[in-house]
Design a protein around this ligand. Structure first.
Ligand SMILES: [Zn+2]
Length: 115
């Protein structure tokens, strides 16, 4: 189901469903110990992704994919990974999907064939 924010309320990554929650404010602690504003977070063992409400409409899908990439890597046992690689994949995957609807159709058709 799509929420009022245009974001699905949950996504499946492998065998695990993650609830997506849009929250009014999301902060964390930066490397210098200072509080920092976050656009999204994922807690794999809690099966929860949080997206900051003020994040722009065009950026929200990138943040969802970004957090999903973190979850995919964590599920694969790759707990240590570079944030810049995850960021590049978040932007790159969303761009690939948005720019190539025929590719998305091909992927969906292949999934339907397996059912
Ligand atoms: Zn990240």
């Amino acid at each position: 189901m799509i929420t009022v924010h245009g974001i699905p309320d949950r996504i499946q990554i492998g065998p695990i469903w993650y609830t997506i929650e849009v929250v009014p404010e999301l902060t964390g602690t930066g490397s210098d110990g200072e509080s920092v504003w976050l656009e999204g977070t994922v807690r794999t063992y809690r099966q929860r992704i949080k997206i900051e409400e003020r994040t722009g409409r065009g950026v929200k899908p990138i943040i969802v994919i970004h957090e999903a990439v973190h979850a995919i890597l964590a599920q694969a046992g790759i707990d240590e990974h570079h944030e810049n690689v995850v960021s590049a994949l978040g932007f790159g995957i969303v761009s690939l999907i948005q720019d190539n609807p025929d590719l998305v159709s091909m992927i969906q058709a292949a999934s339907d064939d397996d059912a």
